[in-house]
Design a protein around this ligand. Structure first.
Ligand code: AMP
Ligand code: MG
Length: 489
């Protein structure tokens, strides 16, 4: 059984980018869950990963010779204020793997002990956040959203001290890379132009190789990141996903969703929806996400200025033009998403009102965002699935539905095809917050992982409604509603 062969390109960079250190072992690690399909896609031996040697690696207790663990340094704007010194405070990059299809991935342990960037923290992770990240990141992947992935969750009897003693866990995260806007900001703030240039070249080579010969590499990188983030946030909006902590250190240059701390999917639609216990002003509310992404990308542009042009005015002009792409790209992606959600083949100017009026009506009674669109798909063609049994179309939407039907008639096309297309973009199953909370509570309070496993498995197929699983599709009962989510750090 072969252990993984890491190839560590970031660890070969200048030591200004990281600190080299080994994970701190945990006692009696046991495997909660291994993502076998992901292991296979990475070219890893799932049998080895599930063996004592594999579990030992996933716990950070022993490492293959090819691993070269490092904690990476970064900075970031947290809730709008700049923090010059962040970094992997409870995470370690074990190494990089090149998959059988030639894609390079980071394998990172979370909860693997303190690092030089822990700022007094213990570098550990309680079980709850590990369960949440596993469920939600894998659900996002199944929903087709660019995201970091969950390879494994390990439990240990070593408890983690927070307000109370909590069971501990180690999570293995897979990402195309963990390079962040905050990574660029760190070297910009230091005025380390050499490091900044090396970082830009590295990121282009790794994520945007077709741009690596660009005349102005920093500008090319900025534009690529802007395009990826515009597409990403549009996907979030279409699914009702609320990230919760869109700090610049939580936005990846590769365009994958990262940091499933206080995130949640919205049940009832309202643009002001916030879950995070630390987001007092509602800065990262659902409806603010596009604007915040735009703001974060302006921070990236700012950090890259010295590389864009030696003449500050020219640099600012070029950077501004790039940043101005964001609203245009976002709106195009968002509109296209709405078009598909509504079952339209073409988007006409009037559809802007059709969509806006719908969202206002949904917000009025906080109608369930996911089930509304799934029911709409059911109404669009001849193949019902039984969604009507769990979701009654609200009365105040009847006039709007008439308008929509008239619009569908003018859009033309085959209704069977339209319905199937709508079923493919309007999921039946999302990680409902009360279900996630239930899985966390069972795992943390009773060491019962059955609800966690069942939820992960159900969410692997979000596009196919099954009335037998309607419990998973239902919004929370009033007493089940989760009002606040926690980072759990
Ligand atoms: P996050 O909220 O996950 O984006 O983390 C913000 C910063 O706090 C990062 O630099 C983390 O590495 C650090 N951090 C969070 N939790 C811990 C912890 N338990 N121990 C050490 N550092 C932490
Ligand atoms: Mg983070």
């Amino acid at each position: 059984m072969p252990s993984p062969q890491f190839d560590n390109s970031y660890a070969r960079m200048s030591p200004v980018f990281f600190s080299r250190l080994a994970p701190t072992p945990v006692s009696e690690p046991s495997l909660i869950r291994l993502n076998r399909p992901l292991a296979q896609a990475l070219g890893m031996d799932a049998e080895w990963l599930a063996s004592p040697a594999g579990i030992s690696m996933l716990a950070g207790n022993s490492l293959p010779d090819s691993a070269d663990p490092i904690a990476t340094v970064y900075a970031g704007h947290q809730f709008g204020s700049y923090n010059p010194q962040l970094g992997d405070g409870r995470a370690l990059l074990l190494g990089e793997l090149v998959s059988p299809t030639g894609q390079r991935y980071d394998l990172q342990l979370k909860g693997s002990g303190p690092t030089p960037y822990s700022r007094g923290g213990d570098g550990r992770s309680p079980l709850g956040p590990v369960i949440r990240e596993y469920i939600v990141s894998e659900a996002m992947a199944a929903l087709g959203v660019p995201t970091t992935r969950a390879l494994a969750a390990i439990s240990t009897p070593d408890s983690v001290v927070r307000e109370s003693l909590l069971p501990g866990a180690v999570f293995t995260r897979v990402a195309s890379s963990h390079l962040r806007i905050g990574t660029v900001q760190f070297f910009a703030a230091q005025g380390n132009k050499e490091a900044l240039e090396a970082l830009v070249a590295y990121t282009l080579q790794r994520h945007y190789p077709e741009q690596s010969e660009a005349a102005v590499p920093a500008l090319a990188l900025l534009e690529q990141v802007i395009d990826r983030q515009a597409a990403l946030v549009a996907r979030w909006q279409q699914l009702g996903f609320i990230h919760g902590v869109m700090n610049t250190d939580n936005m990846l240059l590769c365009g994958e969703t990262v940091d499933y701390g206080p995130c949640a999917f919205m049940d009832g639609y309202h643009p002001e929806t916030v879950f995070s216990s630390i987001d007092h002003g509602g800065r990262y509310a659902y409806g603010n996400q596009p604007g915040i992404a735009h703001w974060n990308l302006a921070a990236l542009a700012q950090a890259l200025l010295p590389l864009i042009d030696p003449e500050p005015e020219q640099a600012a002009k070029l950077a501004q033009a790039a940043v101005d792409r964001f609203p245009v790209r976002f709106l195009a992606a968002h509109r296209d998403g709405l078009r598909q959600k509504l079952g339209l083949r073409e988007w006409h100017e009037d559809d802007e009102n059709l969509a806006a009026d719908l969202l206002a009506l949904l917000a009025q009674e906080r109608s369930d965002f996911t089930l509304f669109f799934r029911r709409l798909a059911e109404l669009a063609g001849p193949a019902p699935e039984g969604v009507a049994d769990i979701f009654a179309m609200p009365d105040h939407l009847q006039d709007w539905l008439e308008r929509w039907r008239t619009r569908l008639a003018s859009d033309g096309g085959d209704e069977v095809e339209r319905q199937q297309a709508m079923y493919r973009v309007n999921p039946a199953f999302i990680p409902r917050n009360h279900q996630v909370q239930r899985a966390i509570a069972a795992a943390s309070d009773d060491s019962n992982f059955a609800p966690f496993h069942a939820l992960v498995e159900r969410l692997a197929e979000p596009w196919r409604f099954d009335p037998d699983d309607s419990d998973y599709a239902l919004p929370p009962q009033p007493e089940e509603v989760v009002h606040r989510t926690f980072c759990g750090t």
